[in-house]
Design a protein around this ligand. Sequence first.
Ligand SMILES: [Mg+2]
Length: 172
Amino acid sequence: MYKLLCPDQVADSIGEIDIVSLADKGFKGVIIDLDNTIIPWAGSAMQPEIIQQLMHFRTQGFKMCLLSNNRPRRVQEIAASLGIPFVSKATKPLKRGFRQALELLKLPENQTVVIGDQLFTDVLGGNRLGMYTIWVMPLSTEEFIMTKAVRCLERIARAVLKINMDKSKDGR
Ligand SMILES: [Mg+2]
């Protein structure tokens, strides 16, 4: 369980991720969470820096897919604005949604990165399939009441894990 909750990387935001180094590691796709990863929870406008970073992924040759537990309408709208595929009602951390996203990307687990703001859905789910996981800080402190409860657990986990970037799994 401990290893399954260790992200391979931690970043303050998606904008801080070094895309070139991911490309150098051989990654070709990214599965990206929606709420509080690229857009504030309940918000509908993406920050320009985030749009720019997503475009940077594209110019570096990455295929992208949104993976969200949120309802189809919201996810579809944002995916359409970015011109990328999506999986909604993904029931993360279950493997099903991650597998659907991999199918849409037509990529294997070991060439795909998972980026998300929640340890117990995004990171745990990605790790369960052996994918490279990047944990980002949430964009907004406003969120679903259950998520707020989970954040307390995340804070404890963060303190316990004392995450050592890039050394947390198999020395990657
Ligand atoms: Mg999220």
